[in-house]
Design a protein around this ligand. Structure first.
Ligand code: NAD
Ligand code: MG
Length: 390
């Protein structure tokens, strides 16, 4: 029986994870759950899963959470604050940590889970982008098992040799090919993109996701973050990572080998498949997902990405090649700009303007400790906030 801590339990990945977990009560037990501010949603999940611990990240909500748990006579312990998330990630009662918080807010708990040698199921791509080699080094030193939940990376994980050790040459790997749906604005011109609204940007044609990642998909920054994530997770250089637009989102990514073989993983666009894969690995379990019927799907289309209409992907490749602090600056500027766009404070095309400006102005520096990463992130957020005004 695995005991799970689900950090970011009230989100889209959290809900899909708990859906799979609930199908296998003899295999998984929910030990801990966390949420940002929504006490009512967290208490409702506690009623359903009866965890040992529940944590609300907003410290001021502690008493509200404790009262909510008590009102239902739940034995669950109430914790609050970001330290509580780190403590849960490191708590020996939970062997598996699902990192499903959105954004840099997940960095510290992701690293804490790696440092505690956990089985770490990674959805929080921003923490992988920000922490670079630190996360991989920590995981290796402490014996943590990292399994990607992001559908593309989970697909690659499934197409790699079982004993893959972050060395593409040793395994004859020539390319990783990440597929991208192209988002809701695939084929749109810059002129048309000028006026898009947050609701349009969040109406993804294939995936139902949280609002931040939905906007990232619309700008294609999501794919940019995923290119960096792939480099980190699999140790493959940027020259061997490519992006291929595939609007049906059925082929989730491919690995190319020296003999010309390309191995792909296919499935319905439903996050429960990669989540079930990661939860049960190396076994296979039912994910509750509709079977993929290729005769009904009928066709699979592929095209090169449009880097002129969607320059964020190019910025991400540049930041990855520059290394050091550049990916942290890219991510921080993106988080600030996306939040401002979702609030109606800037337009859609301002997102990439803010990111490009921050990258241009930042001086590249080393980023190999948590303190350095947090400092670079904070400074980039200040620059990005100033750049919102144009
Ligand atoms: P979401 O917005 O639906 O959920 C985010 C979760 O994190 C919620 O539980 C929220 O309470 C919590 N949270 C938000 N801000 C927080 C903070 N400051 N401190 C602590 N907790 C906080 O997001 P999501 O779509 O589930 O995405 C989660 C992560 O998974 C992101 O990094 C995203 O890129 C990645 N991801 C998501 C999908 C998807 O299909 N949704 C697919 C691949 C990867
Ligand atoms: Mg993805």
């Amino acid at each position: 029986m695995r005991s799970l801590a689900v950090l970011g339990a009230t989100g889209s990945i959290g809900a899909s994870t708990l859906d799979v977990v609930a199908r296998h009560p003899r295999r998984f037990r929910v030990g801990a759950l966390s949420a940002h501010t929504d006490v009512a949603a967290l208490v409702a999940l506690c009623l359903r899963f009866r965890p040992d611990v529940a944590a609300i990240a907003a410290p001021a909500r502690h008493d509200e959470l404790a009262a909510g748990l008590k009102a239902h006579a739940l034995p669950t312990e109430a914790l609050a604050g970001t330290d509580a998330l780190d403590a849960i990630a490191a708590d020996a009662r939970f062997d598996t940590v699902v990192a499903a918080i959105v954004g840099a807010a997940g960095l510290s708990s992701t690293l804490a889970a790696a440092a505690a040698g956990k089985r770490l199921l990674l959805a929080n791509k921003e923490s992988v982008v920000m922490s670079g080699e630190l996360l991989m080094r920590t995981a290796a030193a402490r014996g943590a098992t990292l399994i990607p939940l992001d559908s593309e990376h989970n697909a690659i994980f499934q197409c790699l040799p079982r004993d893959y050790a972050r060395d593409p040459d040793a395994n004859g790997i020539t390319r990783l090919i990440l597929t991208a749906s192209g988002g809701p604005f695939r084929g749109w011109s810059r002129e048309r993109l000028q006026a898009v609204t947050p609701d349009q940007a969040c109406a993804h044609p294939r995936w139902k996701m949280g609002r931040k990642i939905s906007v990232d998909s619309a700008t294609m920054m999501n794919k940019g973050l995923e290119v960096i994530e792939a480099q980190r997770l699999f140790g493959v250089g940027p020259d061997r990572i490519e992006v291929l637009v595939h609007p049906q989102s059925i082929v989730h990514s491919l690995v190319e080998y020296a003999d010309g073989s390309q191995l792909a993983q296919l499935g319905s666009p439903d996050m429960r498949t990669p989540i079930a894969n990661a939860l049960a690995w190396p076994e296979r379990i039912d994910a509750g997902v509709a079977r993929l019927d290729l005769a009904t799907a009928a066709r699979l289309d592929f095209e090169a990405p449009d880097l002129v209409a969607f320059p964020c992907l190019g910025h991400a490749f540049m930041a990855l090649r520059a290394g050091g602090s550049a990916p942290i600056v890219l991510n921080a500027a993106n988080e600030i700009a996306v939040a401002a766009f979702l609030d109606g404070r800037i337009g859609f095309l301002d997102i990439e303007r803010v990111i490009a400006g921050c990258l241009e102005r930042s001086v590249n520096e080393a980023a190999d400790t948590l303190d350095a990463i947090v400092g670079i992130d904070a400074e980039a957020r200040r620059h990005a906030t100033a750049a919102l005004k144009g």
